[in-house]
Design a protein around this ligand. Structure first.
Ligand code: SF4
Ligand code: SF4
Length: 235
């Protein structure tokens, strides 16, 4: 119903499935029927995604957004035919950029896994309402996107501080936290989508979840050392 519903993940999935180009059509800016103005969200997502494409070596011209009303059939046909020609000229996805298919798949999979993190880090910019097309290119810069991926934050539970309250495991949207009653909790880095929820919900009196930027995460504490022996039980 709304271009604002087109998530960054959908676009990455289309490229991952081998589409050579992705076109998003939205209502004219400032003519949204609702108060949400989802077309601005779609525009910001496209601007971000084009930078991400640059980062992984894909031609950003493969992704395009245009705004038009449903009464503008001629304009739609014109734009689609122009975009189709443009994508044809660029050539097959990856091949034209000199990226091997498997390498491209794994790069796209890696980025897709980071979508929640990318959205959290860029939430303010993704909510912008750019009135002037001259501002479009400046919303996200290549340098900041390169830095974003260079300094990806990982989350780690400090075994010395975890009190097995289980809050983080209950709230983790990716079921990436293992634990249980009286067990020090651990994050499965393969499953973690870096949403930061565990960091936010770990009670301040424990502060067991730490952020690690651009550095390796310590290995998880071995299973046999995860049981917390409470003082009252010891006595
Ligand atoms: S950051 Fe924490 S809550 Fe979010 S997916 Fe990773 S482990 Fe789960
Ligand atoms: S919320 Fe904090 S203290 Fe509670 S289980 Fe998770 S890491 Fe441990």
């Amino acid at each position: 119903m709304c271009s604002g519903r087109v998530d960054l993940e959908f676009v990455l999935r289309a490229f991952s499935n081998g589409m050579d180009g992705v076109f998003i059509g939205g209502c004219r800016l400032n003519e949204c029927n609702y108060i949400t103005h989802g077309n601005y969200h779609a525009l910001n997502m496209v601007l971000l995604c084009r930078r991400i494409m640059e980062h992984i070596g894909l031609n950003p011209e493969r992704l395009r957004i245009e705004f038009m009303s449903s009464a503008e059939g001629n304009l739609f046909a014109e734009v689609m035919s122009e975009f189709g020609n443009q994508v044809n000229k660029i050539g097959p996805l990856g091949k034209a950029e000199g990226i091997e298919q498997n390498e491209l798949k794994s790069k796209l999979a890696e980025i897709t896994k980071l979508v929640p993190y990318i959205k959290v880090v860029n939430q303010e910019k993704l909510a912008s309402r750019l009135e002037n097309p001259e501002e479009y290119d400046k919303l996200f810069t290549k340098d900041e996107i390169d830095k974003l991926f260079r300094e990806v934050i990982s989350y780690y539970i400090d075994p010395e501080k975890c009190q097995a309250c289980m809050t983080c495991a209950k709230r983790c949207p990716a079921e990436a936290i293992g634990g249980g009653k009286n067990l020090i909790h651990v994050i499965d880095q393969e499953k973690c989508i870096k949403c930061g929820t565990c960091f936010e919900v770990c009670p301040p009196k424990f502060r067991a979840v730490t952020e690690i930027a651009g550095a390796p995460v310590p290995p998880p504490i071995p299973e046999e050392k995860r049981t917390i022996v409470r003082k009252s039980k010891e006595s």
